[in-house]
Design a protein around this ligand. Structure first.
Ligand code: UN1
Length: 500
């Protein structure tokens, strides 16, 4: 408890000023109350949006490499505070400390990426069909960006958006999950400290909006917010997407996944099994990229299931526990609702299952919702597993031909991440072409993507792309510009004459 207070004082020295009765934050580790916070009222949200507009008007005028310098300094502040911030991530969302550190590292990585990007916001030069004309494509800052993030990556997902948005010249409004606002306040404090020594940074460049769906909605419906980048469930995306579209805003949606690993006849199980385990039980199955389905060639079905079963039993017996302790591999679920969802999913599938391993509650006396990771063996595919269950619950399904495996793979409504385990290059190439997901890995699991690639997926995953590659373009406005540099009467395109 004293340690917790020390950590909060270190990372959020102004926490006392944010106390209130409307939002109680407790640690999923043991249920201890970490803070009671006051949420923003809707008029306060609107006021913050107004401040974000003003910040944008100033920030857009700062040269992009200079904007990158601010992000570089923020990355340095993250490096200096990596360990305490990782501790707070673990305390507030329950992921194991090793993954808490990984999450902060992901923030540092995207800052580095964004710094380089701040000198590479390249447009195009396009040849014109008309004499003495030149066409260009230019990228300009977009406006205030609203970032809605989920509890499971309470800080990294914000940083993927904010680091890019900031170098692109945008201001940010961050509505963290109501389950994990403390890590957001900690990042905000660090960011404000960095801004204090950076005269080019206007006030209110990044602001936090505390609250629930009501406050999120005020952000989503406000036409002054140019882009809404929302990470969370498909249900949330279904509410957000149409509202942003109705006001012709831009939406970047990062929603549910139902990710599968296909294990072919030629798979190297020494590669496949650890990848499945990290994807399925890592982060207690609470990544959008978690492995939910293992589609395994019938010839290997017994062997893969039995090997996984042994590992699950061992993990359940010895590796589930306090995520702050070294040696723990599986921490708690975020809360009681998550536990109930998992039980409901298990109840739905039990009748169709050949075998169910695990699934029961563990360590109940701690006050946290710990579970034995669950592995369900099925004899065939079923629509009962079409929904995403945000918990360590994985289904194993057999297949005979790769065509059949692909059909099972693509049969779910989500399309985030996918993987194939194979030593046959033909199977790998077939898989990459026909997986309908935004991410398709070979001999690598479904989770744990690096920041350099564009991250996101298709279908009910929402179609957005964040993080690396050219995802930055979502945070800028594209402009086509044609210039005539001749001196006589300019020609019209398409050969049109219009002589007056
Ligand atoms: C998420 O779960 O919302 O690829 C993001 C991964 C991480 C990001 C997950 N880099 O698993």
């Amino acid at each position: 408890m004293t340690q917790t207070r020390e950590l909060l004082n270190l990372l959020i020295p102004d926490l006392a000023g944010k106390q209130g009765q409307s939002l109680t934050i407790s640690s999923p580790i043991d249920g201890q109350v970490l803070a009671n916070l006051r949420v923003d009222s809707v008029p306060e949200v609107q006021q913050k949006i107004g401040q974000a507009v003003q910040a944008f008007e100033k920030w857009r005028r700062v040269p992009a490499p200079r904007r990158g310098e601010l992000v570089r300094r923020f990355g340095e502040a993250l490096r200096a505070n990596k360990e305490p911030l990782a501790q707070l991530v673990t305390l507030e969302c329950g992921k194991i400390i090793e993954e808490g550190r990984g999450e902060v590292q992901e923030m540092i990585d995207i800052c580095d990426f964004a710094v380089g990007l701040s000198r590479q916001l390249y447009g195009l030069t396009i040849v014109s069909e008309r004499p003495d004309h030149v066409m260009q494509e230019n990228w300009h800052p977009l406006g205030p960006v609203g970032i809605i993030s989920a509890f499971n990556f309470p800080v990294a997902v914000w940083s993927w958006n904010a680091a890019l948005a900031l170098v692109c010249g945008d201001s940010c409004l961050w509505k963290p999950s109501e389950k994990t606002p403390l890590t957001a306040l900690a990042c905000q404090h660090l960011f404000e400290q960095v801004c204090r020594d950076f005269p080019d940074a206007p006030e209110h460049l990044n602001q936090i909006i505390l609250g629930t769906a009501e406050q999120g909605n005020a952000l989503v419906e406000d036409a002054r917010v140019a882009l809404i980048s929302a990470t969370g469930s498909t249900r949330m995306g279904r509410a957000v997407g149409p509202k942003v579209a109705a006001r012709f805003g831009r939406a970047l949606l990062e929603l549910g996944g139902n990710n599968a690993i296909i294990v072919t006849e030629s798979a190297d199980l020494g590669v496949a099994i650890p990848s499945i385990l990290f994807g399925a039980v890592g982060t207690a199955g609470q990544r959008c990229t978690s492995t939910r389905r293992v589609i395994v060639h019938r010839s290997l079905a017994d062997k893969v299931f039995d090997t996984l079963k042994q590992a699950y039993l061992q993990i359940g017996a010895t590796k589930v526990g306090n995520p702050l302790e070294a040696g723990t591999l599986v921490g708690p679920l975020i809360d009681g609702h998550a536990y109930e969802h998992m039980q409901a999913a298990l109840d739905r599938i039990r009748g169709a299952a050949v075998e169910v391993v695990g699934g029961q509650r563990l360590l109940e006396s701690t006050g946290g919702h710990y579970v034995h990771p669950a592995l369900v063996r099925l004899s065939e595919n079923t629509p009962l597993i079409d929904e995403e269950t945000f918990a360590p619950l994985t289904y194993a399904i057999p297949f005979d031909t790769l065509e059949e495996a692909m059909a099972i793979h693509n049969s779910v409504p989500q399309g985030l991440s996918s993987a194939i385990m194979t030593t046959d290059v033909r199977d790998a190439e077939f898989f990459k072409r026909f997986s309908d997901c935004g991410i398709a890995n070979v001999n690598i699991g479904t989770s744990g993507a690096e920041i350099g690639g564009a991250f996101g997926g298709e279908k009910e995953t929402g179609g957005g792309r964040e993080s690396g590659s050219d995802a930055w373009k979502a945070y800028m406005r594209r402009q086509t510009s044609t210039t005539y540099y001749g001196r006589s009467r300019p020609a019209l395109a398409q050969g049109i004459t219009f002589d007056v």
